[in-house]
Design a protein around this ligand. Structure first.
Ligand SMILES: [Ca+2]
Length: 175
């Protein structure tokens, strides 16, 4: 009987442990109107918008998509584990590859201290169609980062073709 009670207790204990998940902080933008994101000057009306009327527009002259730029301390006072960036993209041509990627970057005092690119080539198989893309980055910190570090994440299009981006979503996972 005693071993049965201990067994039930252990089952309940491990069930409780498996419920535990890291907190997630979300930031989303539907490319309509917001004041806390970067490259909003390149939002344009488009009949092809994935949501509403506007998209983030990139081409041979405009290389940076709508993106999030925030002080680490403004994101969370906890240690950041990773960010999951997602968005919808619409390519005029698959020749945008390999020069279309998600960039995760950290600056401090105006100098870059971390820069990682995540290629999107494997996720987009057709042009002239909205495709959901996703990129995951681990944060490089071994200890809680300086809250004044500036974090940014966006899509970089250095190809010569037009790529539309809409419904950008950033989820930060903390300890
Ligand atoms: Ca939109």
């Amino acid at each position: 009987m005693r071993s049965l009670i201990v067994g039930i207790f252990l089952v309940l204990f491990f069930a409780k442990c498996s419920d535990k998940q890291s907190p997630i902080l979300k930031f989303s933008h539907d490319a309509e109107k917001d004041t806390t994101w970067i490259n909003e000057e390149f939002l344009r009306e488009s009949p092809f918008a994935h949501s509403g009327k506007q998209v983030s527009y990139t081409d041979a002259n405009i290389n940076y998509s709508l993106g999030l730029k925030k002080r680490i301390g403004a994101i969370s006072d906890k240690k950041l584990r990773k960010i999951i960036f997602s968005a919808w993209v619409y390519l005029d041509s698959l020749s945008a590859f390999p020069r279309l990627e998600v960039v995760s970057s950290i600056d401090y005092n105006g100098k870059n201290i971390s820069w990682t690119a995540f290629p999107l080539k494997d996720q987009v198989l057709e042009s002239h169609k909205w495709t959901f893309v996703r990129a995951e980055f681990k944060f490089p910190y071994q200890s809680p980062p300086d809250p004044s570090h500036m974090y940014s994440v966006y899509i970089l299009n250095t190809s010569k073709t037009t790529v539309l981006i809409d419904d950008v979503n950033c989820e930060f996972e903390t300890e």
